[in-house]
Ligand binder design. Structure first.
Ligand code: FPP
Length: 246
């Protein structure tokens, strides 16, 4: 984390929390390794942390929480680990979303999740539909998500519109691309947090995070809880955001 900058007019005490916090949940494997446990044990604890943080986000006034659960690159992991992660996701959708829903959580998925197993896709679609009316917090799970693929997909959609005459070449601007991203209906992330001490974005919300504050914390994801989120929000409140201005 950076040291606290001088508060701007729009920050400091009493500042509003970020509307949208996005988290790269890293360190599950190391958490397990330190305890001589299999990696799946770290991922299981990681799901618990995800649930805790989703509830905490609502308590702390965060409207949107995006969690990077499975990237387009995560298919490179050993098949057993991929299968374990999909199993945990299935369990989360089947058993945990309902409880989160009672806490006012709406579920949204970003990424190419339709290519997952058809029954899992059905479960996800049902969970999304069942929670659609909730309005306390939007929990966005990035699933089979990669930012570069998302931008390429938006470019394809735009090219198709130009080819069909639905859009003109001159209509291609940042707003036109944004409207074709998975996140079109969401505010951009104000704060991107990565846990476990790694300092990179790993193909996560590259377009959307153009003006996000970045925070890298040493805590491993399974140990991350409400107090860590609250501390991150305090740090965020001290940041001066200029959005390219002065
Ligand atoms: C990174 O830790 C974590 C992942 C690639 C998976 C994140 C997934 C979860 C927390 C579970 C799914 C979440 C939900 C909400 C269903 P790592 O394995 O790369 O850790 P390491 O760098 O220490 O090995």
């Amino acid at each position: 984390m950076t040291s606290a900058a001088a508060p701007s007019v729009a920050s400091g005490q009493g500042a509003k929390p970020p509307r949208h916090v996005a988290i790269i949940m890293d360190g599950n494997g190391r958490w397990a390794k330190r305890r001589l446990l299999p990696r799946i044990a770290g991922h299981k604890k990681g799901v618990e942390a995800a649930k805790t943080v989703a509830r905490a986000a609502g308590d702390l006034g965060v409207e949107v929480l995006t969690l990077y659960a499975f990237s387009t690159e995560n298919w490179r992991r050993p098949p057993d680990e991929v299968s374990d992660l999909m199993g945990l996701l299935r369990h989360f959708i089947e058993h945990d979303v309902q409880e989160l829903s009672q806490n006012g959580v709406r579920l949204k998925i970003i990424g190419d999740y339709k290519t997952l197993q058809p029954d899992l896709v059905q479960l996800i679609d049902k969970a999304v539909a069942d929670t659609a009316a909730n309005c306390r917090t939007t929990l966005v799970i990035a699933l089979n998500y990669g930012s570069q693929a998302e931008i390429a997909r938006a470019a394809q959609a735009l090219a198709q519109d130009v080819a069909s005459g639905a859009a003109a070449l001159a209509d291609i601007d940042a707003a036109a691309i944004e409207a074709r991203l998975y996140t079109a209906d969401l505010p951009p992330p104000d704060l991107v947090i990565r846990t476990s001490g790694e300092q990179r974005l790993s193909n996560f919300l590259l377009w959307q995070a153009a003006y996000a504050e970045l925070m890298f914390v040493d805590t491993l994801w399974p140990d991350f809880g409400k107090a860590h989120l609250a501390q991150a929000l305090e740090n965020f409140a001290m940041r001066e955001r200029r959005f390219g201005g002065l």
